[in-house]
Write a protein that binds this ligand. Structure first.
Ligand code: NAI
Length: 703
């Protein structure tokens, strides 16, 4: 018998325990084990019923992600296993705890009965990977629970609690004490009754005519899908459950599954799914290095970023001390945090009691010494090297030995910051994105001297804080902002040539980004870019920078915060095309003698995205990013690049690197040096390779 499924007799009940730690995913070996267990119990006259249960932490948590990209024939036979369970001559009871998601729930629905412990989560999350449930989920779930609820679960991918599932009749009994014991008793009774209820034999219950139900549902799903096809295919499959006999519905589900699986969107979503997991691996660091436990934290600066960072700790239940130099700013910072929590409570996402619990974990102080005991300190003071150096020197003197000191700097050299301390091994960058309590991305910046345990601890901390941490090397702007600078400059260049900001932003909407470059800079504030351009102009020996963007800022328009920037914001945050800005743009072109020309959406899209790709290739070659997929994770979680496109580097591969390079070369000829092709890109195309083949150097070796 397969070791993946253990067989044990409890009186007249055969217990099949799935033994595929940690969460019993449906790997090769599991289906064979279940089938063998059923055969053994069926052949034993003493056995009257079966219990199928997961060993350890969970029931079958889902399909095995390692098999996701295999052709259907090579995947573990889930449909066959379910058919065997359902047709078994002796009753089978699924006993569930932990998670029963995706294939896990489908297997449970193939059993005759389902019992569960209260902490169980059940759901069909397949849509989140751009596919649909493929082993009968779309046919069985609507036959057990109300159609509307089933559709919502399948289309959104969101799980429900055991209690809800019990209320809906998906779970026959909630077991209070020991799950196995309760399940065996239940199975014994089922064995005596001899009944073999099958979900496939039930009808979908519907109070209104099906076409009316689906008319409304289609409109809703289409609207919420925002261009994604998997939710619509889910809907189609569920329709099959209502309109077709069971076996035909199952067949239809299979066809729709393949359609979804072969789509570029699903490829993109699966790419990001794997990329996110891969991002946790740190090149050159042994897997045996264990993270240190972080029991308390410190944050310096209660400004925009410091407040949000402190909230992350409080949300994770870690007490945090915020130090501020200025009493008024401290008070304002703490008040902002409280207001943020209260707003969340107003939306019903926190109770007032939880607001107080979180606030109680945050302590403000004006005394540096209060940071002495913190295990992990994150600095978010002004972006000025002298201030940072001074602060890190003081931190080093006050904080206990071994405490990790991190900077949230977005542009400064973290190596230099580390040198201001006597413990550069425990100093690194933790680059949060604004708003820090919301954005999931965290660039973990790896300076030369940082030790492995500090890195591993920081990657683990990112996870604890609910972030997606990506390790990057030291350079100006790290990965995300270094790339966005090229993208932003290209956006401005295209407006100089004749495109309107609206056209440029719309091209990115069409790609699926929630915001285009000008909407994004209006939100972030135009003064930051202005200051950088002026500094760069002076460094280059020019008197000043005088682009249309500079003129917009000089007209007092700094973006959303001043009510106007490239757009105007009479209605809060909705950008409106503004004649004043339009005029500034036209005047700027006229003075420079530019004859405006039409740019197509295709050109705009290529020039924006290929700037990202070209710079991404340079970053990869320099070892600033460990792998191309890390860059994709950064763009999806930090900059709103649609996950269904898999991030800019994956997108380039779907277009074909040779096609991307050909366009880049053409842009190079037309527009000069900002389009110099990345040598890595040229090499990969020459050798017929992909970004995945481009193994980069260690980030720490470069900086
Ligand atoms: P901010 O100006 O809103 O807040 C800085 C706070 O630090 C102020 O409250 C100030 O009183 C306090 N402060 C200044 N010197 C101090 C000192 N010596 N000791 C203690 N407190 C001191 O600035 P913001 O936007 O929060 O930025 C902070 C850091 O985060 C900067 O390094 C910035 O580059 C970085 N960052 C900012 C992002 C943003 O979108 N605002 C995004 C990512 C990083």
């Amino acid at each position: 018998m397969s070791e993946m499924v253990l067989y044990e007799k409890h009186g007249p009940v055969a217990v099949l325990t799935i033994n595929n730690p940690p969460v019993n995913v449906f790997s090769p070996g599991v289906p064979e084990g279940i089938k063998a267990g059923l055969e053994r119990g069926n052949a034993d006259p003493e056995v009257k019923a079966f219990v199928l249960i997961g060993g350890g932490r969970s029931f079958i948590a889902g399909a095995d992600v390692k098999t996701f990209n295999l052709p259907r024939e090579q995947q573990p036979d889930m449909r066959g296993t379910i058919a065997k369970l359902e047709a078994n001559p002796k009753p089978v009871v699924a006993a569930m705890h932990g998670n029963a998601l995706g294939g896990g729930l489908e297997v449970a629905m193939g059993c005759h009965y389902r019992v569960a412990s209260r902490a169980l989560k059940v759901g069909q999350p397949e849509v989140k990977l751009g596919v649909i449930p493929g082993a009968g989920g779309t046919q069985r779930l609507p036959r057990v629970i109300p159609l509307q609820e089933a559709l919502t679960m399948i289309v959104t991918g969101n799980p429900i609690s055991a209690e809800k599932a019990h209320e809906f009749g998906l779970i026959d009994e909630l077991i209070e004490g020991d799950l196995l014991e309760g399940a065996v008793q239940f199975a014994q009774r089922a064995g005596e009754s001899g009944e073999l209820p099958k979900i496939r034999d039930r009808d979908v219950k519907l109070d209104i005519p099906a076409h009316m139900f689906f008319n409304v549902a289609t409109e809703r799903v289409r609207k919420e899908a925002r261009g994604l096809i998997a939710p619509l295919l889910c809907l189609e499959a569920v329709k099959g459950a209502v309109e077709l006999p069971f076996d035909e519905g199952l067949q239809r589900e299979g066809e729709l599954f393949l359609q979804a699986q072969r789509s570029d969107q699903s490829r993109g979503l699966r790419h990001i799914f794997f990329a996110e997991r891969e991002a946790a691996k740190i090149n050159g660091v042994d897997r045996s290095v264990k993270p240190r436990e972080i029991r308390s934290a410190g944050v310096l600066g209660a400004g925009t970023m410091g407040g949000g960072i402190a909230m992350n700790f409080a949300n994770a239940g870690i007490p945090v001390t915020i130090y501020e130099a200025n009493a008024e700013n401290l008070e304002r910072g703490l008040a902002t945090i409280r207001r943020n929590y209260e707003n969340t409570a107003k939306k019903g996402r926190l109770t007032l009691e939880q607001v107080e619990e979180r606030m109680a974990l945050i302590r403000g102080t004006l005394s540096f010494e209060d940071l002495a005991d913190a295990d992990y300190v994150i600095e978010a003071v002004f972006e000025d090297m002298n201030v940072k150096r001074e602060v890190f020197g003081r931190l080093d003197a006050v904080c206990k030995p071994g405490a990790i000191l991190a900077s949230n700097t977005s542009t400064l050299d973290v190596n230099e910051i580390a040198r201001a301390t006597s413990r550069p091994e425990q100093v690194l960058g933790m680059h949060f994105f604004s708003p820090a309590n919301v954005m999931k991305l965290l660039e973990i910046v790896r300076p030369d001297k940082v030790d492995d345990q500090t890195l591993v601890t920081s990657v683990q901390l990112a996870k604890t804080l609910g972030k997606v941490g990506v390790v990057v090397g030291v350079c100006d702007g790290f990965v995300g902002n270094r790339m966005i600078n090229q993208y932003g400059r290209e956006a401005q260049q295209m407006v100089e040539e004749g495109a309107s900001p609206r056209q440029v932003d719309d091209a990115m909407h069409a790609l699926g980004l929630p915001m285009g470059p000008f909407e994004m800079s209006d939100m972030a504030g135009l003064d930051i870019g202005y200051a950088i351009r002026q500094r760069q102009a002076q460094e280059a020996g020019r008197e000043k920078s005088d682009t249309f963007m500079d003129r917009i800022v000089e007209a007092g328009r700094k973006g959303q915060k001043t009510g106007a920037g490239v757009y105007s914001y009479a209605n809060g945050r909705t950008p409106e095309v503004d004649p004043v800005a339009e005029q500034i743009i036209q005047d700027s072109r006229a003075e420079k003698g530019v004859e405006p020309r039409e740019l197509t959406q295709e050109e705009i899209t290529k020039r924006l995205v290929y700037q990202l790709v070209n710079e991404g290739a340079k970053i990869l070659e320099e070892g600033i990013a460990q792998r191309a997929s890390d860059i994709d994770v950064i763009y999806v979680y930090g900059y709103g690049f649609p996950a269904s496109r898999g991030g800019p580097m994956h997108y380039a591969e779907t277009v074909g690197l040779e096609n991307v390079l050909a366009d880049i070369k053409e842009f190079h000829e037309q527009h000069g040096d900002t389009w110099k092709p990345a040598p890595l890109l040229e090499r990969l195309v020459r050798e017929g390779k992909t970004f995945r083949d481009a193994l980069s150097a260690q980030p720490s070796a470069v900086s």
